[in-house]
Design a protein around this ligand. Structure first.
Ligand SMILES: Cc1cc2nc3c(=O)[nH]c(=O)nc-3n(C[C@H](O)[C@H](O)[C@H](O)COP(=O)(O)O)c2cc1C
Length: 364
């Protein structure tokens, strides 16, 4: 079967060597404080470099806080100082040396910040445990376990916008060639979009135009410091998965051309995260129709993610024109070499990096 899965994709002036991308996945493994706070360490090094050796075209580094309060857990990666930028540069340099492109997801956890790693129960942390008061559009907690967020003032919103720009600058310095603005999963930008989480009565809440204002200000600020020649991606939760009172797929279709007009080159379509307990209709490729509809109706390039696990399934998504690229999360945790295995299974000759094995493994 012929497939475009391993064809390069060009965004602005950047050629990304194939269309199997690593989805951003928090590792909750950085130091929580001290000099190396938020900086990638040996765990992150092996984690990201292995997936580059495994053949993914774009390695999207996990949600990285643009400030200390922008982290989800105290052990999240962060990028707000030079020490962190230098630590990122070491990993990025290695990822790139295997032929993959390195991208960073710039994030602010918003009202879901200050919580523990999932394997420690994900619970909100007190100040003594290293937690902090989370920030949000409105003083509405995510659920009964989470703290009531501090409602960001207009001035504080301007500060957050500036933090995104400063972090993007540091990402460029560290060698990243792609940034993805995290607008999904109920974190800060996502919570501004959703009328369920955003109850503001100023120009940042209420109407659709008001709710998209802050995320677009962040995109503008990132675009301003990010080179013209390099792409900016945006990850969105395409739906809140509730019948009424939430962000919907229609909203996403309406928002996509605005993102494009503000300089976003590809929309990465995930879902959920604003409404605790919302029923997600999960299953193989369950979010592909979101990518497909946005691509069809707006012409914006899209990425499909969510339970894409089989080579033939991934190939079909592209062959059917449902998305421009696929992103794999958990399957790449199970098998860092999935792209190379998929190429073999699909009969694609892997001659170029990152798909071709490094010389040390050539005899395999
Ligand atoms: C351990 C883990 C951490 C994750 N962290 C992030 C993250 O930092 N940013 C993000 O946008 N999504 C995150 N996600 C969601 C994934 O990027 C992906 O969208 C999701 O797992 C569905 O894809 P999959 O079925 O291929 O795993 C995470 C998922 C997992 C399993």
């Amino acid at each position: 079967m012929s497939t475009s899965l391993f064809d390069p994709v060009r965004l602005r002036d950047l050629d990304i060597p194939n269309r199997v991308w690593m989805a951003p996945m928090c590792q909750y493994s950085a130091d929580a404080d001290g000099l190396a706070v938020g900086a990638p360490n040996d765990w992150h090094f092996q984690h990201y470099v292995s997936r580059a050796v495994g053949g993914a075209g774009l390695i999207l580094f996990e949600a990285t806080g643009v400030s200390a309060e922008g982290r989800i857990s105290p052990n999240d990666l962060g990028l707000w100082n030079e020490t962190q930028a230098e630590a990122f540069a070491r990993v990025v340099e290695q990822v790139r040396s295997y032929g993959a492109v390195a991208g960073l997801q710039l994030a602010h956890a918003g009202r879901k910040g200050g919580t523990d790693a999932p394997w420690r129960g994900e619970g909100p942390l007190t100040a003594e445990e290293g937690g902090w008061t989370p920030l949000g559009p409105s003083p509405v907690p995510f659920d009964e376990r989470h703290a009531v967020p501090h409602e960001l003032s207009r001035e504080e919103l301007r500060d957050v916008v500036a933090e995104f720009a400063a972090s993007a600058k540091l990402a460029l310095e560290a060698g990243f060639e792609v940034v993805e603005v995290h607008g999904a999963h109920g974190y800060l930008l996502s919570s501004f979009l959703s009328p369920y989480a955003n109850r503001r009565e100023d120009e940042y809440g209420g109407s659709f135009e008001n709710r998209v204002r802050f995320p677009l200000e962040v995109v503008d600020a990132v675009r301003e410091v990010w080179p013209e020649r390099l792409p900016v991606l945006f990850r969105i939760s395409a739906t809140d998965w509730i019948d009424e009172g939430g962000w919907t797929l229609d909203d996403t279709v309406r928002f996509a051309p605005l993102l494009a007009a503000h300089g976003v080159d590809l929309l990465d379509l995930s879902s959920g995260g604003n409404v605790a307990g919302a029923r997600v209709a999960s299953g193989p490729g369950y979010q592909v129709p979101f990518a497909s509809r946005v691509k069809r109706e707006t012409g914006l390039a899209t990425g499909a993610v969510g339970l894409i696990t089989e080579p033939a399934q991934a190939a079909k998504i592209l062959a059917d024109g449902e998305a421009d690229v696929v992103l794999l999360g958990r399957e790449l945790l199970r098998d860092p070499y999935w792209p190379r295995r998929a190429a073999r299974e699909l009969g694609v000759e892997a001659v170029t990096r990152p798909l071709a094995a490094p010389p040390q493994y050539a005899r395999s």
